[in-house]
Design a protein around this ligand. Structure first.
Ligand SMILES: [Zn+2]
Length: 163
C-alpha cells in the first residue's frame, strides 16, 4: 500500500498556526501522553549525491537528514510535522524507524505529556556539514536549556560518532 506522492498524510494530533517562536508552529489538538505518535516526516527524498548536486537556498528550513544519509525535504509534499519548531528543551522528538517496505522513516512523537493547545517542539540538533557557524542558526527558544543555536551540541556529535 503506497500513498500517492502528492497526498501528504493527515496529522489529526497537530494544528498548524502562527508560532510565538518562529513563523508557523505545530500545536497539539488534544491532550497527549508521552510517546504519542504525531506523524511521519514526509517530503521529497534525496540521496547524498542529489543533495550535493543541488544548489540550496540558504533560507531552507525543511531539510531533514536521516542516518542512512538520505535527506527528506518537507517543503515538497510534506505534512504538518514540518512545522514543529526547534527548542533546546523540546516536548517532542524525531525517531528513525522503518515502514513495511523496509524504508527508513522519521516518526515524530511526544517526549512528555502535552496539553491541548501546547506548541510542539523538537531539538533539531542540526549538523553543519557546510562549515556554517552556530551564529548562522541562532536559537530563540528562550528555555533555560537554550544553547543559543539550533546546531547540535559539540559533545552530542562525539557521542553520536562513538555510538
Ligand atoms: Zn534554544
Amino acid at each position: 500500500m503506497s500513498k500517492p506522492r502528492s497526498a501528504p498524510s493527515t496529522t489529526p494530533n497537530l494544528r498548524v498556526s502562527a508560532s510565538g517562536v518562529h513563523g508557523l508552529g505545530a500545536y497539539a489538538t488534544r491532550p497527549l501522553p508521552a510517546g504519542a505518535f504525531l506523524g511521519l516526516y514526509e517530503g521529497r527524498r534525496y540521496t547524498p549525491a542529489q543533495i550535493a548536486a543541488k544548489t540550496w537556498d540558504d533560507s531552507l528550513t525543511y531539510l531533514f537528514k536521516l542516518s542512512n544519509d538520505e535527506t527528506i525535504d518537507g517543503a515538497k509534499g510534506g505534512n504538518a510535522t514540518r512545522h514543529l519548531n526547534h527548542s533546546c528543551d523540546p516536548n517532542c522528538e524525531a525517531v528513525e524507524d522503518y515502514d513495511e517496505a523496509g524504508r527508513m522513516v522519521l516518526r515524530f512523537q511526544t517526549l512528555v505529556e502535552v496539553d491541548a493547545g501546547d506548541e510542539l517542539f523538537i531539538d533539531y540538533s542540526l549538523t553543519a556539514d557546510d562549515g556554517s557557524s552556530p551564529a548562522d542558526y541562532l536559537c530563540y527558544c528562550g528555555t533555560d536549556a537554550c544553547r543559543g543555536t539550533m546546531l547540535a551540541a559539540a559533545d552530542a556529535d562525539v557521542d553520536e560518532a562513538a555510538g
